[in-house]
Design a protein around this ligand. Structure first.
Ligand SMILES: NC(=O)C1=CN([C@@H]2O[C@H](COP(=O)(O)OP(=O)(O)OC[C@H]3O[C@@H](n4cnc5c(N)ncnc54)[C@H](O)[C@@H]3O)[C@@H](O)[C@H]2O)C=CC1
Ligand SMILES: N[C@@H](CC=O)C(=O)O
Ligand code: NA
Length: 437
């Protein structure tokens, strides 16, 4: 291959962390060195990798390893790639890099969602780049489309599956009836889960991603704590069976909406929770660690992004894409986009967000129960779309689907129904998405 570089000095790269993703980033930089050089117009040189325990990293060249991350960041490098995860020491290390004019590529959604503005500000002050494509939906190019390709459009909705681990677990529970704990362990072994998998199952990971997506889509700062978050730890086999019985499947969804009131006032709603969707919905067939995200924009219409949302090589692909962007900017000039948060839209409290629910109840099979239950819905101003009643000796089940109603009203209704003496058990309560109202 002919070199396009002449005597252009190399772009020097430090990497922080060398786990599932870092190992693959090192491999790709090494194996694709000639192509990267040609694409960037200068060699991309990995000068060091900060790790905690060097003896555990036999797969990478020993001479690159150091335990002194601070010194590595302070050394003569142009770019810092961070694949440690978590808030500290990642935050301090990246702020130090950016303040020294070194560009940053990170896969760290937790850090971006909690400290994004601080990182952008440091990048702005020194003129460094900040790229983070790997932080949301792994390999899928999603943030660059939102940050750049759709920058001239008006995005109204971003919705989809953004956590591979929980999707892997829910898919297995649905298709094979596999146990929750077993599949979660498997997701960890495959390199999909976070270092602490409660970040996946309790929805923190998806909420951080939703915060990043909403911030970019709506040009508004949406911190992680403003995202309504429910994980999958309370999804039961009964929920999955109930969904199946109605031709639906349970998925953990991230939903970011622009809400326009009757008076034209705008806000955003950002939520992560399990939901039942029809088996015919495109998201229903997204299995394993795959992610899929729909974006609706005024001029573009509906767009769908699909691919591997987790895994070492897949996530490393997104990191390398960002690394090439930074390196090209260094060689040919150019900057990553700055933070765009001018719209400053308020985040709507979840209680005011309208959703639809599926509720299944075990009730005593006696006259008047349905009327009692229906009365509670009416008192709380929640309109029932359909009711299915099945009787069996002295037991019966009621399956109720609601029309759109505020979250507060729905919660209140379920609480009162659970307290009715004729209701033996509230078997399953779950939001329904993706069906015509
Ligand atoms: N694994 C995946 O599928 C994806 C991961 N990510 C993100 O990528 C980042 C890395 O994830 P993984 O590689 O999966 O995690 P990992 O846990 O496999 O690797 C992290 C590595 O950083 C090392 N480390 C921790 N503290 C350190 C320190 N102070 N100095 C040097 N090294 C340190 C750990 O020993 C470990 O080897 C996280 O932010 C994660 O959220 C993003 C998308 C997908
Ligand atoms: N733990 C995350 C990894 C990618 O972001 C997931 O399962 O999606
Ligand atoms: Na991505």
């Amino acid at each position: 291959m002919t070199s396009a570089t002449g005597s252009t000095p190399p772009v020097r790269v430090a990497m922080l962390g060398c786990g599932t993703v870092g190992t693959q980033v090192e491999r790709l930089i090494r194996e694709q060195s000639a192509d990267l050089t040609a694409r960037v117009g200068a060699p991309v040189e990995l000068t060091g990798i900060a790790v905690r325990r060097p003896h555990r990293h036999r797969e990478v060249p020993e001479e690159l390893l150091t335990t002194d991350a601070e010194a590595l960041v302070a050394s003569d490098v142009d770019v810092v790639v961070e694949v440690i995860g978590g808030i500290e020491p990642a935050r301090s290390l990246l702020l130090a890099a950016l303040r020294a004019g070194k560009s940053v590529v990170t896969a760290n959604k937790a850090l971006l969602a909690e400290h994004g503005p601080e990182l952008y500000e440091a990048a702005d002050e020194s003129g460094a780049d900040l790229y983070f494509e790997a932080s949301v939906a792994g390999a899928i190019p999603l943030l660059r489309p939102l940050r750049e390709s759709l920058a001239g459009d008006r995005v109204n909705r971003v919705m989809g599956i953004v956590n591979g681990t929980t999707n892997y677990v829910l898919s297995a529970m649905d298709s094979t009836g596999a146990a929750y704990g077993e599949t979660l362990e498997e997701a960890g072994r495959l390199g999909y889960a976070e270092a602490d998998p409660t970040a996946d199952v309790d929805g923190f990971d998806a909420a951080a991603k939703a915060a990043i997506l909403a911030s970019l889509a709506f040009h508004t700062r949406v911190p992680a704590e403003a995202v309504h978050r429910e994980g999958i730890s309370r999804v039961t086999a009964a929920d999955i069976t109930a969904a199946r019985g109605m031709g639906r499947v349970v998925k953990l969804l991230a939903i970011c909406d622009r809400v326009v009131d009757e008076d034209g006032g705008e806000s955003v709603s950002v939520r992560v929770h399990p939901a039942m969707i029809p088996r015919g919905h495109p998201l229903a067939t997204v299995g394993g660690a795959f992610n899929a995200v729909f974006v609706e924009a005024e001029a573009a219409g509906q767009l769908m992004f699909y691919g591997q949302g987790a895994g070492g090589p897949q996530t490393a692909s997104a990191v390398l894409g960002d690394l090439v962007a930074v390196a090209r900017n260094r060689v040919a000039g150019g900057r990553s986009p700055r933070e765009s948060a001018y719209a400053e839209l308020p985040v709507r409290p979840m209680g005011q967000v309208a959703t639809r629910y599926h509720i299944s109840l075990d009730v005593a099979d006696r006259t008047g129960v349905l009327a009692q239950v229906a009365a509670v819905f009416a008192e709380n101003d929640v309109s029932i779309a359909t009711v299915t009643q099945r009787g069996h000796r002295d037991e019966a089940s009621l399956v109720i689907a609601t029309h759109l109603a505020s979250e507060d009203a729905l919660r209140g209704t379920v609480e009162k129904i659970a307290a009715l003496s004729a209701v033996r058990e509230v078997v399953s309560v779950m939001r329904v998405e993706g069906e015509e109202p």
